[in-house]
Design a protein around this ligand. Structure first.
Ligand SMILES: *Cc1c(COP(=O)(O)O)cnc(C)c1O
Length: 360
């Protein structure tokens, strides 16, 4: 039986990448060592590290005046590092609140300075992205922060806010590399790796040069972007194996046509699944405003929540795994990241149609 893993994260990785990692595990390229065992200062690992960065730069078209940092601590640590580094003596920053991850970022930022919530979709249970012309921005904000894709609520920005000179900061943990993005529109982009990049333990930060080197006094050394930028993310021991795995994923993306090709498949996958939900005569329901539906995380409920456990049990038996929704929202959630093939979404849709017919 083919297994399809719809986990929100850690999430599915490309089969080819896992197979390559398996083949290279005990002896990387004749070095006699596993990548896990290599000194991070040795020439083999330094090559792996530099290649991963170069491939990511090529894939995303990252301009030369941006640093790519391979850090640890997850997206959660960025909720602190961003205000510590980017407030730069200013009183406050702007935050958009579109759901669970927004709330966590906002709560953390409040420990370091003022937070001005420019818009909040809590009035409709975080089921939409507030229209830009309703945002109450502060022209003196140190930066504006938003969650590009709310992984739990399944709400995605399908547009980039245009905010002039105020640095734009985006958490792209769950949609990075899923579609082309103009990096030059951003001051800083960050992402935990375990959704669309590689294994857990690596956090990617892409930050514009001029925003580095102005951290608050008393910022711990490890939380200052400058130390990591100055040392090519090798101030301390980087998460070497996770970076190696991310590098294999970047090569897989390049071998499969890059991000534009990935976007075409992602659009097809999302359409297949949302169409099935919308055509189910209310048996399945997605609570998210259509224009703001996530291409990566598809939350849906069954018309009768008493059917949830039966749905999950039968899906499991078919090899369709990890469909249970986040504990804070219930229902179901199918995460369909880059590494989820169209065939996996087709198998899910076939099962959903069958289940709905049987349960009527
Ligand atoms: C998963 C996720 C996080 C948390 O990531 P960690 O690596 O666990 O800290 C933050 N933001 C978004 C949008 C996420 O999807």
């Amino acid at each position: 039986m083919t297994i399809y893993n719809f986990s929100a994260g850690p999430a599915v990785l490309p089969k080819e990448v896992l197979q390559q990692a398996q083949a290279e595990l005990p002896d990387w390229h004749g070095s006699g060592m596993s990548v896990m065992e290599m000194s991070h200062r040795g020439k083999e690992y330094m090559g792996i590290h530099a290649q991963a960065e170069a491939d990511l730069r090529e894939l995303m078209g990252i301009p030369a005046n941006y640093k790519v940092l391979f850090l640890q601590g997850g997206a959660h640590l960025q909720f602190s590092m961003i205000p510590l580094n980017l407030l730069r003596g200013k009183a406050s920053a702007d935050y958009v609140n579109t759901g669970e991850w927004s709330k966590k970022a906002i709560a953390e930022a409040k420990k370091f300075g003022g937070v001005n919530v420019v818009a909040d979709s809590g009035d409709k249970n975080f089921s939409y992205v507030p229209a830009f012309d309703t945002w109450k921005r502060d022209p003196n904000a140190a930066y504006l922060h938003y969650i590009a894709n709310e992984t739990i609520g399944g709400v995605e920005f399908n547009w980039i806010p245009q905010i002039g000179d105020v640095p734009l900061v985006a958490d792209m943990s769950s949609n990075i590399l899923s579609r082309p993005v103009d990096v030059s529109k951003f001051g800083l982009i960050y992402a935990g790796a375990q959704k669309n990049i590689g294994p857990a333990g690596l956090t990617l930060v892409i930050v514009r040069d001029d925003l580095i080197g102005q951290a608050a006094a008393n910022t711990p050394t490890m939380l200052d972007y400058k130390i990591h930028a100055d040392t090519d993310s090798m101030y301390n021991t980087p998460p070497t194996y996770a970076i190696y795995m991310a590098g294999l994923v970047f090569q897989w993306l390049k071998n499969n046509g890059g991000i534009a090709a990935m976007e075409r498949v992602n659009i097809a996958k999302a359409k297949l699944l949302y169409d099935a939900i919308d055509a189910s005569n209310g048996f399945y329901h997605c609570p998210v405003n259509k224009a703001d539906r996530s291409m990566m995380n598809v939350p849906f409920t069954l018309k009768d929540a008493n059917l949830d456990s039966e749905f999950l049990k039968l899906a499991d038996a078919r090899g369709l795994l990890q469909l249970k929704g986040h504990r804070s929202v219930g229902g179901m959630r199918a995460s369909i990241y880059n590494a989820m093939p169209l065939a996996g979404v087709q198998a899910l849709v076939d099962f959903m149609n069958e289940f709905a017919r049987k349960s009527y």
